[in-house]
Design a protein around this ligand. Structure first.
Ligand code: ATP
Length: 411
């Protein structure tokens, strides 16, 4: 298990990670999401002992990475696939890593086979495509047959077959009881790969919950209703009846209606009572992408002047308050968007039930609590029961294998 407590990292004036506390458990794939520059790579580097936290701590199996006995056999990581000696053949690159960690040479050929590079093992990696480089990086992560694996954007540059392969690999590693922590910007892929999500924005925790609960709590499950195309007046009649019953109705481009705030059986009854025939009545769940966009819209640093989100997200009707999602169950049968006030919000900051961080439903700023590495640079709500002040950092031993990751001072 990976456990971060009050993890904070500053680079001069820049706070990359602030007071982050979470656990990554074995046996599941945990997705690590956040907008560009939100602190994912910095967090991963701190997990791997490549950056020192300014305050707080992070451990793997109870030990900071640098104190883990035989760390390369316990933890494998892909942080930067380009961090290899390009003049070295793929097999030699892995052999060097294996020798440094006391891993038998036969394991090199095993992992080359696992990642599908066996036929190009003698080729220099500088001639590799982006996807081949990713595969080599994944091979390096798997080399020690570790129980804990970290992957920073592992599908970057992979073709569809490669993406499917990575997805299945992550799932099978987790099914073997390993801890798999993987960052990605590909929401559709994360929805298929991860069981659990840790979402950060501007270095702070926004959500720590199952994928299902995350989608359920951050987006509007809805019903799609369609009346006969040949009778537009039926559509109008139904729309009025549903609105009168407290539903929120949005027309869709194909003539259908998107209904939130009413369960399916009620919609059916209302249609029946209004003498309206239905050609379609179906439940829909929003995508992880939509839920993610909704949650992180207040925490994005870099955004095009041409904002594409308008077409993606459904507008929020005012005043809706769905039940708080039940962990592991979501909000079955409820077709309503998240509420714009505390109480039903999923991204409650640690130790502050009902408090809402800044963002679309932003909470007022509060002073930072002591022991969190100084004042909150983003003036967000500060948890009361945050982690104790971080212990002084021990003297840093030698960094782990440089070709797995990029050390702080090389950036
Ligand atoms: N060595 C460094 N020196 C100064 N600032 C840094 C350093 N490393 C990271 N940062 C800053 O910290 C913030 C977090 O960066 P980080 O790379 O962790 O984000 P990220 O979530 O991994 O981003 P992306 O999704 O774009 O890879 C950024 O503002 C970045 O510029």
């Amino acid at each position: 298990m990976i456990e971060a407590v009050g993890l904070t990292k500053r680079y001069g004036d820049k706070t990359a990670v602030y007071n982050l506390s979470f656990q990554v458990r074995p046996g599941t794939v945990t997705g690590f999401l956040g907008p560009n520059g939100s602190g994912k790579s910095t967090t991963m580097r701190m997990i791997l002992g490549l950056d020192n936290p300014t305050s707080g701590q992070v451990t793997i199996g109870g030990f900071p990475y640098r104190k883990l006995p035989n760390a390369p056999r316990q933890v494998g990581a892909l942080l930067d696939a380009k961090a290899v000696h390009g003049g070295r053949a793929a097999r030699n690159h892995l052999l060097c890593l294996a020798q440094l960690s006391g891993i038998p040479a036969r394991r090199v050929d095993e992992v080359l086979g696992v990642v599908g590079l066996q036929d190009v093992a003698g080729r220099r990696s500088k001639g590799f495509s982006l996807g081949m480089g990713q595969r080599l990086g994944i091979a390096a992560a798997l080399l020690g047959d570790p129980q804990v694996l970290l992957f920073d954007e592992p599908v970057n540059g992979l073709d569809p077959e490669g993406i499917l392969w990575v997805r299945n690999l992550m799932k099978s590693l987790a099914a073997e009881g390993r801890t798999v922590f993987v960052s990605s910007h590909l929401m559709s892929e994360m929805a298929l790969t991860a069981d659990h999500l840790i979402v950060i924005g501007r270095g702070q925790l926004l959500a720590d919950m199952s994928v299902r609960d995350f989608i359920s709590a951050n987006s509007a499950d809805f019903a799609r209703v369609r009346t006969p195309d040949t009778e537009p007046q039926q559509r109008e009649k139904l729309s009025s009846a549903l609105t009168e019953a407290g539903g929120h109705v949005l027309p869709e481009q194909d003539g259908g209606l998107r209904v939130t705030g009413l369960p399916l059986p009620r919609i059916s009854d209302i249609a029946h009572g209004s003498d309206v025939r239905l050609w379609e009545l179906s439940p829909h769940q929003a995508s992880l992408e939509e839920a993610y966009m909704r949650m992180t819209q207040g925490a994005v640093d870099y955004r095009s002047t041409i904002d594409q989100r308008a077409g993606l997200m459904q507008p929020l009707p005012p005043g809706y308050q769905p039940p708080i999602p039940v962990p592991g169950q979501g909000q079955p049968g409820w077709y309503a968007p998240p509420p714009p006030q505390p109480g039903g919000q999923p991204f409650v900051m640690p130790g502050q039930p009902g408090q809402v961080p800044a963002g679309p439903y932003g909470a007022p700023a509060a002073p930072a609590a002591p022991g969190a590495g100084g004042p909150n640079p983003y003036a967000r709500p500060a948890p009361e029961d945050r982690a104790p002040a971080a212990p002084a950092q021990p003297p840093a031993p030698a960094a782990p294998a440089a070709d797995l990751t990029k050390p702080e001072d090389a950036r």
